[in-house]
Design a binder for this molecule. Structure first.
Ligand SMILES: CC(C)(COP(=O)(O)OP(=O)(O)OC[C@H]1O[C@@H](n2cnc3c(N)ncnc32)[C@H](O)[C@@H]1OP(=O)(O)O)[C@@H](O)C(=O)NCCC(=O)NCCS
Length: 169
């Protein structure tokens, strides 16, 4: 991406969570009030793009999940083994601070999440997301995600299609 470089890191206590301000107040509140508990309980991992002085420019969370084979499009499901579910990685949240919007950071964070999930030694068939609204779903479709046939706000991208990157923002 162009513009100021960001450091990508796992969230830690030095990062300034209080100043983060995206378009979504629930996603701001989650970073301020909830994420550290989720990390401690091992129900989410949080990665941040850091600008100057520990300012968080964007963040996303990842956790394990599963997808029911019968929920996938038939064209995808028929190529998978007949297990009831397939393993997946869930990107529970993704947000970019208003100051840094529209500069490619959201796309870069999504690429980093895909890369991280695809490189993991623990197998996962896809990265899946629950888009918070139609605009968010359009963002994911723009990046190649497919919606589940019966749930247009749940989207996935098979990790076998992901090309490894050098991870630098
Ligand atoms: C959605 C969000 C993460 C996008 O971040 P961003 O840094 O502004 O996006 P980028 O600049 O990286 O955009 C990357 C590409 O996605 C496209 N894009 C951005 N928002 C889009 C949308 N709603 N629909 C379709 N495409 C979209 C851009 O045009 C750009 O396309 P290009 O690479 O072909 O030029 C950000 O707007 C945000 O934090 N929104 C509030 C929270 C939210 O909706 N999160 C979504 C998860 S629920």
């Amino acid at each position: 991406m162009s513009g100021a470089p960001f450091l990508l890191a796992q969230l830690d206590a030095a990062h300034d969570r209080a100043a983060f301000s995206s378009d979504s107040e629930p996603l701001n509140r989650y970073l301020r009030e909830q994420v550290t508990q989720d990390i401690r309980r091992r129900v989410a991992a949080c990665f941040v793009a850091v600008a100057d002085e520990q300012r968080i420019a964007g963040y996303y969370t990842l956790a394990s999940t599963s997808l029911r084979l019968t929920d996938l499009p038939a064209s995808v499901g028929k190529k998978l083994p007949r297990y009831p579910t397939v393993p997946a990685v869930r990107m529970g949240r993704l947000a970019v601070d208003q100051t840094f919007k529209g500069q490619g950071l959201g796309g870069a964070l999504l690429a980093d999440a895909l890369d991280r999930a695809a490189r993991s030694e623990i197998a996962a068939f896809a990265l899946m997301v629950d888009a918070k609204d139609k605009a968010a779903a359009a963002f994911y479709r723009h990046h190649g995600f497919m919606a589940l046939p019966d749930s247009s706000l749940t989207l996935f991208l098979p990790l076998a299609t992901v090309q490894p990157t050098d991870r630098r923002l």
